[in-house]
Design a binder for this molecule. Structure first.
Ligand code: MRU
Length: 348
């Protein structure tokens, strides 16, 4: 199987697999400058915390390339201003802020002015490459948590499409299958943007891993009937204490899992851990347009003029999380210590 890679850097252009058009069409959109990249993030053509981070890194590289000043101070001021715009594209996924800060830091540290632009392109390429390697490491750490027999449920899309390649939660499921384990896979539809139905089901088909699509609200009933062995999701931001922000509906799944005695796992790179936040209440939750709830691809699914609320994410308190799989290994509670160790060991 050809690896799914939603982001490609080719001749100074960022080529993105348009995730709003999947699964019906595989269309590439091009970002020629950092404003195009911001637009692609805002409109969810590229989405998923690590993929947003990689896109942001290329956005900073493009912003730098298109600046024409020979004065390093002015250059840095303008680059930092572009960085602020890029960070504002979506508020919850910390990988976006992480990637911009890292890129701006690299530009700042480069003493040879003539090398900054090339150095930033190299840095973005290495963030992209590292992401795949990190996901593969996460996958191999997570194999021990995947059952042989039984079943796994995942939510939203934490697959290759949400990363540079391989995926986080879907990467762990994939690593389990590649290791020869066999288990049933359920994936939720993920209202309202349908990342599960449109994207995760598409990925599982490409991977040759049989999966069963369920509406989000079927999860509790399936758990109660004993049909779910464990739940695994990705994360957009994890506070130092292990509180985890992820796609809306994750909290519901975690509470239901605990009620039914089912382990709840999170798979995320250490760049998703925000050690500056002591708990999840400090995580900004994105509010998206109400039209995502009242319409589907422009077709109304609710009465005209109805009010709708559309929080994109929720926070699962750490007490519902059985383990967090990072590229550094499997972190267990108390997360304050285990995440600190993981983050220190990767240097992120
Ligand atoms: O709104 P989205 O589609 O960007 O939300 C994505 C998620 O919530 C994912 O679970 C998370 O980013 C982890 S992706 C590896």
């Amino acid at each position: 199987m050809r690896e799914i890679r939603p982001i490609e850097w080719a001749n100074g252009t960022l080529r993105l697999l348009d995730q709003t058009r999947l699964p019906s069409e595989e269309v590439i959109v091009e970002a020629h400058g950092y404003l195009d990249a911001i637009h692609a993030i805002k409109t969810m053509r590229v989405r998923g915390a690590p993929a947003i981070g990689v896109t942001a890194a290329y956005a900073v590289a493009m912003a730098a390339r298109d600046l024409d000043t020979s004065d390093k101070t002015v250059f840095m001021e303008r680059l930092e201003a572009a960085g602020v715009e890029i960070k504002a594209a979506r508020p919850t996924a910390v990988n976006l802020m992480w990637a911009v800060d890292r890129m701006v830091g690299i530009a700042n540290a480069e003493t040879d002015k003539s090398k900054i632009k090339d150095r930033l392109v190299e840095a973005a390429i290495s963030i992209e490459k590292d992401d795949e390697a990190i996901n593969r490491r996460m996958g191999s750490h997570g194999i021990e948590l995947m059952p042989d027999g039984g079943s796994v449920l995942t939510h939203c899309n934490a697959g290759a499409l949400a990363t540079a390649a391989y995926g986080t939660a879907v990467g762990v499921i994939r690593a389990g299958w590649e290791d020869g384990k066999r288990f049933k896979v359920f994936n939720t539809e993920t209202r309202p943007f349908l990342q599960g139905a449109r994207l995760t089901a598409w990925e599982f088909k490409k991977l040759g891993i049989p999966s069963t699509l369920v509406v989000d609200s079927a999860a509790g009933m399936l758990m109660r009937r004993g049909e779910i062995g464990c739940v695994i999701t990705g994360a957009d931001r994890i506070a130092a204490n292990g509180d985890t922000a992820n796609k809306i509906g994750t909290y519901t799944l975690a509470v239901l899992a605990k009620e039914n005695g089912i382990p709840f796992y999170v798979a995320a790179p250490t760049s998703t851990v925000d050690m500056s936040l002591s708990d999840g209440d400090q995580i900004e939750i994105e509010e998206r347009a109400s039209s995502e709830v009242t319409e589907f691809r422009g077709v109304p699914v609710a009465p005209d003029g109805v009010e709708a609320l559309n929080p994109g994410f929720d926070v699962t308190p750490a007490r519902y999380v059985s383990a967090i799989i990072t590229e550094a290994g499997v972190a267990r509670p108390p997360f304050l210590e285990s995440l600190d160790l993981a983050v220190r060991s990767t240097g992120y």
